[in-house]
Design a protein around this ligand. Structure first.
Ligand code: ATP
Ligand code: MG
Length: 438
């Protein structure tokens, strides 16, 4: 894409309404614009980020055999009356009436809808387990929308729902999902810590939140340093083998991790001092096993091996896709701007023409641009070099290919890695080979 013709409106000044760094940088780098309180439009670069995140989430869901569907944003109030949640949900739910005065709502989550879909289709234990997910916009009329897309009112969520024959099978599904989550966050280039979450009044439930470690996170986090090493996630786990799943689960959940509110001093004291870490975190995912709560209340049963009917065991598994765009920036930035992980970056590299109008520079840039894949951004604007450097750092491209008049004459460019600041002078082909390799 040529920057001179693109819709990538960067801002020099810090927008007054943005309190935290990711919100400031998302506005300044031209990723989003607010259209109403807690509601955002995603501009071309922001949309690429959202798509890159969604695609990684999708691939890791598919890898543990979850199946993608797309449920609508609008739901009927009657569906929610069946589970008893229509009245219970409170003012976060946006309630709507159509022209026939039928009551609808903009979905804040999809347990009811997916349970109904499942019930219409699956009639026998032989068809279990089933895991369905979608990546869809949600609406929650948050009391205080803030921090840009981190706490919006309309936001993009991946939500998955599982149906199993019994508790043991539901726990295996839950553990597979935890593995999928850790792989997802690792591929997104951030460190996420799974933490046992409050499961509410009903015993026997299982729930974990995933927090990305970032100094500006909303929750205080105490954890064992062992959790920082997640390279072993690259090793294969036999997800059809319950013992292998249990070994994996024990490994990621044993080192004690907790938030401020749940700080259990006994477990914390057991962690060796040199292993203790305190930090802050942003919640980007939440997984939940809740048994037969919805199948029972909505009367969705299937036939069992003994010929009788039973209520399948369920879990739900959320990832805040749009919140992740902000959370990744919270974890990956410096004073000059965003430092996108390669897997999420809207553009892999920017070509910076330091002297637009100079025949040698122009020709070399055009030559690189012609060879480049689609995710290269060519800064061909008639701007000063300083402006181009500043914008490239702000937008956070993993690589900058800098073309200046002196080196261009010798057929060379300067290649800068945004994350480390490392620069090297190379031929065009050498630079392209490095960028395309990593
Ligand atoms: P929070 O405590 O932050 O309000 P939640 O517990 O209400 O989150 P869940 O219902 O578990 O959230 O939703 C799953 C995921 O959706 C969360 O982990 C978070 O990443 C994301 N999410 C929830 N609410 C919002 C919001 N208002 N804006 C953006 N993302 C959100
Ligand atoms: Mg909430």
């Amino acid at each position: 894409m040529r920057l001179s013709r693109s819709f990538l409106p960067t801002l020099k000044e810090n927008p007054a309404e943005a309190q935290i760094v990711s919100h400031r940088l998302m506005l300044r780098a031209g990723l989003i614009r607010q259209t109403a309180s807690g509601i955002y439009a995603w501009l071309p670069a922001g949309l690429k980020v959202l798509r890159n995140i969604s695609q990684i989430v999708r691939e890791e869901q598919d890898r543990v055999d979850a199946q993608e569907v797309l449920m609508p944003t609008l739901q009927s109030a009657d569906l929610w009356r069946r589970s008893g949640r229509y009245d219970a949900y409170g003012p976060e739910m946006l309630r709507i009436q159509d022209r026939h005065k039928r009551e609808l709502l903009y979905g804040p989550t999809n347990e009811e809808m997916v349970t109904d879909l499942f019930g219409q289709t699956v009639k026998s234990y032989k068809d279990l387990p089933q895991v369905l997910y979608h990546i869809q916009w949600k609406f929650r009329d948050e009391m205080r929308p803030r921090f840009g897309v981190m706490r919006g009112r309309e936001f993009l969520m991946k939500d998955a729902y599982s149906f199993d024959v019994d508790y043991a099978s539901a726990v295996a599904t839950y553990r597979r999902m935890m593995l999928a989550y850790l792989r997802t966050f690792q591929r997104l280039g951030v460190r996420a810590v799974p933490m046992r979450a409050d499961t509410g009044p009903i015993g026997g439930e299982l729930s974990h939140e995933f927090l990305i470690l970032a100094p500006t996170g909303e929750s205080g986090v105490f954890y064992d340093a062992a959790l920082e090493d997640q390279d072993w996630l690259d090793e294969p786990v036999d997800t059809n083998n319950p013992d292998a799943l249990e070994a994996f689960f024990t490994r990621v959940t044993t080192p004690y991790a907790a938030t401020d509110e749940m700080h259990d001093t006994v477990a914390w004291d057991a962690v060796p001092d040199e292993q203790k870490r305190e930090g802050r975190g942003v919640e980007v995912g939440h997984i939940f096993y809740f048994g037969t709560k919805y199948t029972q209340s909505m009367g969705v049963s299937v036939s069992g091996a003994d010929g009788g009917q039973f209520f399948p065991e369920m879990g739900s598994y959320g990832i805040g896709v749009s919140r992740l765009a902000g959370a990744i920036i919270e974890a990956c930035h410096d004073e000059n701007g965003i430092i996108w992980p390669d897997s999420v970056a809207p553009f892999r590299a920017a070509i910076l023409n330091l002297k637009s109008g100079d025949a040698v520079c122009d020709e070399m840039c055009e030559q690189i641009y012609a060879k480049a894949p689609e995710d290269f951004l060519y800064d061909d604007r008639p701007e000063r070099a300083g402006v181009k450097f500043a914008d490239a750092d702000l937008m956070g491209h993993p690589w900058q290919i800098v073309v200046g008049p002196r080196s261009a004459k010798e057929g060379r460019v300067e290649l800068k890695r945004r994350a480390t600041g490392e620069r090297q002078e190379l031929s065009v082909d050498e630079a392209l080979a490095l960028v395309l390799a990593g």
